[in-house]
Design a protein around this ligand. Structure first.
Ligand code: C2E
Ligand code: MG
Ligand code: MG
Length: 696
């Protein structure tokens, strides 16, 4: 290494003066030439380290270093500082009081005349010693730290990384000199932030105590690994010694175990526990949504198991699970909840017919016989179904589907049965309470009539309103029909409810100021169960008489299901009402049997195309094709058409183009209580269709 001797001259006798430097932050400060000759030093260099400053000025600081390893380390430090501008290292030096560990930083001061290197060093002996119980031998500790298979770091109280060992560097992929420029939070992923800082602060205040936490760590390659951090703090100066153990493998194993606890080992399908959880969150996630549940049980599975053995049984179950998955969408859940019991959870099911359709496809998936060894086996499935919506619990819906399954088994197996409250009476406690409350609501004036405008597609003039029931529940607030209609049907309360709505709507439609007297027709919904008993015509007649509303201004909205299952009496009554002048609208067209022949057999005046076709009409080719066909057929039959659920201008434009005559949807107005604001132009309640001709 360069020594400040000039070979062409005799050694200089006069010693060079060494300037005194104040040791500020650091314990030792030195200024040396690039070759290592001492230019200036803090007093501590002489007093604590015992260096001969004059000799260092002449011969270079190497003269004061005892071992060759130290000399090499300092030589490297200076060379690196001169080439890169700055460098750091940790090394052991000999002091008057014995060996000491120092963290050394070197900075090349290129702008100063002698282009010196400024070296500042901090005594970290105490920190390192304090962090271990090996205070007797710092060297031993240092060796243990450096060669530990566990990552280790020394941090200051702000989290700046001061020293790291090779294992940590390897684990995180950053070289040591880069890590020592980083903060611990550059390495630890502080999800949520706060818990991390709580942990850090506790660590610093409760010194000497060690504390452990599992954290996600960030590697140089951008990957995430799991680390178990064990840390202890020491004071004066405040430091944290941290060990980081890579526990990624263990964490993954734990996750795998958790996963296994939630899945069936044979088929890999969610088990009963997970299926139930899934259903519960599906019900909670979308309070307005409806979730279909199918409960399936293989018919006579026990025979296969008993006659061919468990291996054959397992093979069959595996194949069944695979086939049942096929007709389901990726977002649907297939769970195995018992030996040969499967549960399918299907979100977004709107009608019982839709659920029955899925059940049909599941049954068909098992049509082909199963190959078990050399044998072929036919296997059938019994299915029960139920649709749940908020505030049903997962158990409510599962229980209903299970009850329906029981009926499917009893009535001959290999079939699907939908839950029917009349036959599968399993009212839950919540149901019973709500039912009581609903019964009282009728008496205590809690039902409300809301009105949503219906417009002509031509100039968007309002021609009428649909009356939609709401329940102003004293505790739960305003409830939409989805929350209580099913219950009203199953408990028989739909009749008084329907009766109330009919009279209210007729009264509102006949009332002048604040009412709907000038607002076209009013459409009232009648559910299938309301129509099963004779007397509809009489009810309507009475409501019209009491309110004084002209029959032409009343529309009765009935569903396809009601027509399909209509008794001869109902057909007669509908004709009677039609004669009287009341218009019949076929509601939710497309969601039931969508039988076009219905339109010819019954006195239908208006067809309301269900929102489930209007919503995707721009994006879904088959929805578009259906809407187009229905509209063209209605035109041929001279029927009016109402597109339900129009929300965008684009839908409006397309439906107008396809020849739809009327529209209803949030684009024109949401359902609101009276008084409704009727925008101009308001159209006179002219007949929607050529009524006379249709009656002829
Ligand atoms: P519905 O007869 O098909 O009534 C139309 C439903 O679609 C209403 O829901 C309405 O608020 C909603 N809607 C209208 N335009 C839009 C739109 O642009 N976007 C969306 N997302 N929805 C739209 P509501 O009021 O919740 O009623 C639901 C169903 O409850 C009705 O469907 C009807 O079948 C039944 N219902 C309502 N009131 C009564 C009633 O008094 N008696 C009977 N039996 N059933 C009723
Ligand atoms: Mg309706
Ligand atoms: Mg509808």
């Amino acid at each position: 290494m360069p020594v400040a001797l000039r070979p062409d001259r005799a050694p200089v006798q006069r010693r060079r003066p060494v300037t005194r430097l104040a040791a500020t932050d650091a314990d030792f400060v030195l200024r040396v030439t690039a070759e290592g000759r001492l230019l200036a030093a803090s007093d501590t260099v002489r007093d604590v380290l015992g260096w001969d400053l004059a000799r260092c000025a002449d011969e270079g600081i190497e003269a004061a270093l005892s071992g060759s390893a130290q000399r090499v380390a300092v030589g490297r430090l200076l060379a690196e500082a001169v080439t890169t501008g700055g460098a750091r290292t940790t090394l052991q030096v000999t002091s008057t009081g014995g060996p000491r560990w120092v963290d050394v930083a070197a900075k090349h001061l290129r702008d100063e005349p002698e282009r010196p290197v400024l070296i500042s060093a901090r005594d970290v002996t105490h920190d390192l010693a304090a962090a271990t119980h090996l205070s007797s031998s710092e060297l031993q500790w240092r060796v243990a730290f450096e060669h530990s298979p566990i990552g280790g770091a020394l941090l200051d109280d702000h989290g700046a990384i001061l020293v790291v060992n090779a294992s940590l560097s390897r684990m995180l992929g950053w070289p040591a000199h880069e890590l020592t420029r980083m903060d611990v939070t550059d390495v630890v992923v502080c999800q949520g932030g706060l818990p991390w800082w709580d942990w850090w602060n506790d660590l610093l205040t409760d010194s000497q105590a060690s504390s452990t936490a599992d954290r996600m760590l960030r590697t140089a390659r951008g990957e995430r690994v799991w680390g178990r951090l064990t840390a202890a703090s020491v004071t004066s100066p405040p430091r944290v010694i941290m060990q980081m153990e890579d526990i990624t493998g263990r964490r993954e194993a734990e996750l795998e175990l958790a996963n296994r606890a939630l899945h069936d080992g044979l088929t890999g399908a969610p088990n009963r526990f997970l299926t139930r959880q899934w259903l519960a969150s599906a019900l909670e996630d979308d309070p307005d949504g409806r979730v279909g549940v199918l409960y399936g049980d293989l018919d006579r599975f026990k025979i296969v198991n008993d006659s061919l053995g468990h291996a054959a049984g397992d093979s069959l179950l595996l194949q069944v699970a695979e086939r049942l998955r096929m007709p389901l969408r990726p977002e649907d859940l297939l769970g195995r909840v018992g030996g040969d019991e499967f549960v399918m959870v299907i979100e977004g099911v709107r009608t019982p017919a839709e659920l029955a359709d899925v059940a049909q496809r599941l049954a068909e998936a098992l049509d082909e016989p199963f190959q078990i060894g050399e044998h072929q086996h036919a296997m059938t499935l019994s299915l029960g179904g139920s649709i749940g919506s908020h505030p049903d619990t997962a158990d409510d819906v599962l229980m209903r589907a299970d009850m329906a399954l029981l009926r499917a088994k009893r009535s001959g197996r290999a079939r699907y049965v939908g839950f029917d409250p009349a036959q599968d009476r399993v009212a839950t406690r919540a149901d019973l309470q709500l039912e009581d409350e609903l019964r009282m609501s009728l008496a205590s004036d809690e039902l409300r009539a809301y009105y949503q405008p219906i417009v002509t597609m031509g100039d968007l003039g309002v021609v009428g309103h649909e009356a939609l029931v709401r329940w102003q529940h004293p505790q739960r607030g305003l409830l939409p029909p989805a929350h209580f209609l099913e219950l009203a049907e199953s408990s028989g309360l739909i009749r008084p409810l329907g009766g109330w709505m009919l009279s209210q709507a007729c009264r509102d439609a006949a009332t002048g100021s604040g009412g709907l007297a000038d607002a076209g027709w009013v459409a009232v919904n009648a559910s299938p169960s309301q129509l099963t008993r004779p007397g509809v015509a009489a009810d309507v007649r009475r409501a019209l008489e009491e309110s004084g509303l002209r029959p032409e201004r009343l529309h009765l909205e009935i569903t396809e299901t009601a027509l399909i299952t209509a008794s001869a009496t109902l057909v007669k009554e509908l004709h009677e009402l039609s004669e009287l002048g009341v218009r019949i609208a076929l509601d939710d067209f497309g969601t039931g049997y969508s039988s076009l022949s219905l339109l010819r057999q019954f006195p239908v005046d208006v067809v309301k195309i269900d929102r489930s076709f209007i919503e995707p009409v721009l994006s879904d080719r088959s929805a578009y094709a259906i809407v187009k066909a229905v509209l063209s057929m209605c035109r041929d039959l001279a029927l009016s058409t109402v597109a339900e659920g129009i929300e965008t201008e684009q839908q409006l434009d397309l439906l107008r183009e396809l020849g739809c005559s009327h529209g209803q949807g949030f684009l024109f107005g949401r359902p609101v209580p009276l008084p409704v604001r009727v925008p101009v132009p308001l159209h006179a309640p002219t007949p929607l269709v050529n009524h006379e001709r249709r009656r002829a």
